[in-house]
Write a protein that binds this ligand. Structure first.
Ligand SMILES: Cc1cc2nc3c(=O)[nH]c(=O)nc-3n(C[C@H](O)[C@H](O)[C@H](O)COP(=O)(O)OP(=O)(O)OC[C@H]3O[C@@H](n4cnc5c(N)ncnc54)[C@H](O)[C@@H]3O)c2cc1C
Length: 412
């Protein structure tokens, strides 16, 4: 399998996980690691994983169309220069922008919100308004409360109806966050600050009842040997910023699974562990935290920036996500369409994997199946939010094919 480049790594941020330690005792036949063989991992002589780091049994995903219970589409609010975090004044109201986080909105939310809130609180306002109740709005609101403000969220939709609720739900802080040749020279350091702040904050949600946030294992499954050259990118492919190396010290790495420990039917496998956001529970936790701290919601749709100046609060953190394109007439936002096919949750599937252009992530609130072939350019410039059933079925079929292959391997 070829080394993972930035695009691969971003694709792989989702995953499969699981289970226990120690060798193969008690594993279903064929789901236990295979014995080393020249056909596997191209490394037949290397030792397997030590017992304390072994791959346990892998619970199969029931990849059938009968279990496909929803298809959702979401638009990533992508800005070539990175998220908008500047301020402006409308009348006597200070507007602090916090939008345009591409495919990294959940991941960067706490760090981005920290920057926005520090600007909003510069003159210690007693009250702050937040426009938007997605990942960015909710986290900014909670951070403003922590900074001592009384906060009201104004939004057309509350979290469950927002685009944020339709995200994959994984730690992907540099997914479609900017273009390499369009971001400011200062952006990488700013990004690092946001990513580190967020990552640390997520620790506070680990281990809570309902598992709003947890670490799960991810696997990259491949038939191609390491070093196998990638086909050249099609003309017009943009170079997205690849910033992950800046936080390598806090990011679990993908490491090769030796042949003797590889339970999968593909010869080349890499494994990592990544944060997963179980958005149903995590979102509920955020909404509850906000309300418990005295926060207020008001459903309201704004039709122009001038309307924000009519709010009683004179400091507004503006988090409308992709809608900034119409509300703020901000054409620096490019839509990047993404679709998820949802399979009925299986609690035992607490892992994720990437296989033949499809990414799968077992979450508590559903199994995410996403076609990601085409990499970061997939969906670029596409604002169509109508579900594509054929794409969803194809994704599920690819997952089913993996397990059929696995079954064949089991039967020898
Ligand atoms: C398929 C897919 C998978 C993704 N996976 C991940 C992932 O795994 N990890 C990750 O970190 N990121 C992921 N993302 C990116 C992430 O979902 C976005 O960056 C994030 O949701 C943006 O959040 P937001 O709060 O800015 O916007 P939104 O979620 O769109 O929220 C906007 C809010 O503003 C309100 N609003 C908008 N216009 C108005 C108006 N005119 N008046 C009043 N209110 C208004 C809306 O009602 C809503 O409450 C993914 C995106 C997609 C599409």
């Amino acid at each position: 399998m070829r080394p993972l480049n930035g695009m691969d790594r971003r694709r792989l941020l989702g995953g499969l996980g699981l289970i226990g330690l120690s060798g193969c005792a008690g594993l279903p036949a064929g789901l236990a690691p295979r014995a080393a063989s020249g056909a596997v991992s191209g490394a037949g002589t290397e030792p397997g994983l030590p017992f304390w780091n072994a791959i346990g049994p892998i619970a199969p995903v029931h990849a059938t169309l009968e279990r496909l219970f929803d298809i959702t589409v979401c638009i990533r609010p992508f800005r070539a220069q990175g998220p908008r975090l500047d301020t402006e004044t409308i009348g006597d109201t200070l507007i602090v922008h916090n939008y345009g986080h591409g495919g990294s909105g959940w991941s960067l939310s706490w760090g981005s919100g920290t920057i926005a809130v520090s600007k909003a609180m510069a003159n210690s306002p007693h009250e702050v308004a937040v426009v938007g109740c997605g990942a960015l709005g909710l986290t900014s609101a909670i951070l403003a409360q922590r900074a001592g403000a009384k906060v009201t969220i104004y939004a057309k939709d509350l979290l469950p109806q927002t685009r944020s609720a339709r995200a994959t739900g994984t730690w992907s802080p540099d997914s479609r966050i900017a273009l390499a040749d369009r971001m400011a020279a200062s952006f990488p350091a700013l990004w690092e600050q946001m990513a580190r702040t967020s990552f640390k904050e997520y620790r506070n949600f680990l281990g809570l009842p309902g598992s709003p946030v947890e670490f799960t294992d991810r696997y990259s499954l491949s038939d191609a040997a390491p070093g196998h050259p990638s086909p050249p990118p099609p003309p017009g492919t943009l170079e997205f910023a690849d910033l992950g190396d800046r936080i390598r010290d806090i990011s679990p790495h993908f490491t090769p699974v030796p042949a003797a420990s590889n339970p999968f039917p593909t010869p080349y496998v890499r494994r990592s562990s990544q944060l997963v956001f179980n958005v149903a529970d995590y979102g509920h936790t955020l909404m509850s935290d906000f309300l418990l701290a005295g926060g207020k919601f008001e459903r309201r749709e704004f039709h122009s920036p001038a309307e924000l100046a009519t709010l009683p609060q004179k400091v507004v953190i503006n988090c409308p996500g992709y809608a900034a394109r119409t509300l703020w007439k901000d054409e620096t936002i490019t839509p990047v369409r993404g679709q998820i096919a949802w399979l009925i949750p299986q609690p035992e599937v607490n892992y994720g994997f990437y296989y033949r252009g499809v990414s799968v992530l077992g979450r508590r609130d559903g199994i995410v199946v996403q076609t990601v072939a085409g990499g970061d350019m997939r969906g670029y410039g596409d604002d169509n939010e109508t579900p594509d059933r054929a794409e969803a079925e194809q994704g599920v079929a690819t997952v089913a094919e993996l397990y059929r292959r696995w079954e064949k391997m089991r039967r020898g």
